[in-house]
Design a protein around this ligand. Sequence first.
Ligand code: HEM
Length: 236
Amino acid sequence: MTGLNDPILPGPGATDYERYLRTDELLSLQKRPEDMAHRDELLFQTIHQASELWMKLACFELETVVAQLAEGQIWPAVRLMRRAVAALDHVSESTMMLEHLAPWDYHGVRTQLGHGSGFDSPGFRRIHDLSPRLGRTFEAALQRRGVTLHDLYRHQDAHPDLFELAECLIDWDQRLVMWRTLHLKLVERVIGGGVIGTQGTPVEVLSRRLDVRYFQDLWDIRNGLTAEAGTSPRTP
Ligand code: HEM
């Protein structure tokens, strides 16, 4: 008779926990101490691998959001959008964790990175591809409802589902701008702001890319509302 502690799932591992989560494989994805050129490689690999997982989740949710919006399912899309934004918060938290890496120790890690660069992060590339698609699907949803961005923000309670969605999109954009800022400050404190990265890019280039925004219209509408509020009596 199998007891509750006995594994019933297929696959390697002594317990169902290990089998379902594939912990053997997962925990072998980082260098073993005897293979490390520097002990902080574990910190560096953990942070980057964990970030790739959070971005994988965020993009998985975003794919569904795009499909849901195409079918007019706005509230379900809002729920998953919030989850995707929360996943980005973990990427930022992970990035800040690298503040525990001392500059000289990074140079020990860097000897192992080859030409590896964040430009080739699958997660960030996916975010870069998916975000404009999300923007287009949002615009199509507005058009189908026959509402302009201005109407949506001027009468937010008339279309609460679309309004919440729009705010989720701005959360997404804002989180990414905040991540780029955190990353730049991290880079400056670890390798300096006046040097060249592992793929030959001057760090200074990162500062010019800080303010990339995928949903510029959503930022611009705020300017319009502020101008309008200054010229007309404010109604709730
Ligand atoms: C000690 C920590 C880090 C250093 C010194 C560093 C350094 C750099 C440098 C110099 C670049 C410019 C491209 C190049 O030549 O490599 C870059 C780009 C990038 N890094 Fe990092 N990085 C660090 C941590 C991270 C972390 C933790 C992540 C992800 C969670 C990350 C993701 C990226 C991405 C996505 C880019 C491209 C940015 C863009 O497209 O604007 N980096 N990094």
